[in-house]
Design a protein around this ligand. Structure first.
Ligand SMILES: NC(=O)c1ccc[n+]([C@@H]2O[C@H](COP(=O)([O-])OP(=O)(O)OC[C@H]3O[C@@H](n4cnc5c(N)ncnc54)[C@H](OP(=O)(O)O)[C@@H]3O)[C@@H](O)[C@H]2O)c1
Length: 311
């Protein structure tokens, strides 16, 4: 299979990727759009003219972006709560050109579950977004050539989805393994949509943004941050060379959401603005997408497992 390449390097910003792209009249949703990479994604999409709905737990958090871009709006969405997802979908009317599943939590220190008994990182990062996509499918369908982008992570290289115990009921809870399998599930979501909704003109791809200082690391301890080179011995955040700025971190997301270079591409995984090679996942692998993350059988199995839960 030929990998999709683009002229954009690792350091390209989201605005550079969309330079010359006119998104006037296009309607898009960005989950977690009021902070971190989501806010940068909103800035780039709205800066190119899109009408962006910022889906956020607390719509007040979106006020600075709403002031910056008058054509944006905010709506309440808690991905941990399927009733909130249903209410969000019911309130949506008209076509939807792009759904950016960006919101996420990482390394919750203790095992938590949602009302359906799903481990919370899998519930927020994957299940809530799956429910959102399913609920918004008619809107995506009516847009013609709509795109879904699922923001995953290089962490998908660390753990496949454990279908025997996805919610850590029998194995001991590990915050990073739980995050990693949820990010594998995110890629499987894009693969699943690409397999099932192509006839509706809907494409779906997943990406890893790279490493960027945001609130995501709030649950990481000092030793872990120091091992990543992101904290010094005095507890100050430092920025190693391999880190990106938030504007660079949002570039691959907006490439998938809106660049004409991605027309017709679906079911793939990108990092640093290029499609990734499929590799064997493992503890020392740094680049690529794991076989378990793009396995069509796993994508179908996860879809069939989650669908009764969200209906
Ligand atoms: N930063 C990195 O280095 C990095 C690396 C790889 C992947 N990623 C991925 O990039 C995405 C964005 O993360 P970020 O780095 O920008 O972190 P962030 O600043 O913490 O943003 C995460 C967003 O998700 C929202 N969110 C959390 N729980 C939610 C829920 N239950 N319902 C709705 N929204 C919820 C947060 O909203 P609140 O403000 O309400 O909490 C926040 O806006 C995530 O999917 C993350 O896994 C980031």
């Amino acid at each position: 299979m030929t990998l999709t390449t683009t002229p954009f390097g690792k350091r390209a910003t989201a605005a550079e990727v969309l330079d010359g792209v006119d998104l006037s009249g296009r309607r898009m949703i960005v989950t977690g759009g009021s902070s971190g990479l989501g806010a940068e994604t909103v800035r780039a999409l709205a800066g190119a003219g899109a009408q962006v709905t910022i889906a956020t737990r607390n719509p007040d958090d979106a006020k600075p972006l709403l002031a910056e871009f008058p054509q944006t709006q905010a709506a309440a969405l808690d991905l941990a709560d399927l009733n909130s997802v249903r209410a969000f979908c019911s309130a949506w009317s008209g076509p939807l050109d792009g759904l950016v599943a960006n919101a996420g939590v990482m390394m919750l220190p203790t095992r938590q579950t949602n009302a359906q008994g799903w481990e919370m990182q899998l519930a927020i990062n994957y299940l809530g977004h799956f429910a959102l996509a399913v609920g918004l499918r008619p809107a995506l369908q009516s847009a013609e050539n709509a795109r879904v982008v699922v923001v995953s992570s290089g962490a998908q290289l660390r753990a496949g989805l454990d279908f025997d115990d996805p919610h850590f009921e029998r194995r001991s809870y590990d915050p990073f393994v739980a995050y990693s399998q949820s990010k594998t599930a995110d890629v499987l979501l894009a693969v699943g949509i690409s397999r099932r909704w192509a006839e509706d003109g809907i494409t779906a791809n997943a990406c890893a943004p790279g490493s960027i200082h945001t609130n995501l690391a709030r649950h990481m301890d000092k030793a872990t941050l120091m091992a990543l080179g992101a904290m010094d011995a005095d507890g100050n955040l430092v920025t190693p060379d391999y880190f990106k700025t938030p504007a660079q971190g949002a570039a691959t997301t907006v490439l998938l959401a809106a660049s004409p270079l991605l027309d017709g591409i679906s079911g793939r995984y990108f990092e640093d603005n290029q499609e990734s090679e499929v590799v064997d996942g493992g503890p020392d692998v740094r680049e690529g997408v794991a076989k378990w993350s793009v396995d069509p059988a796993a994508a179908d199995r996860l879809w069939d497992y989650a669908l009764p839960v969200v209906h």
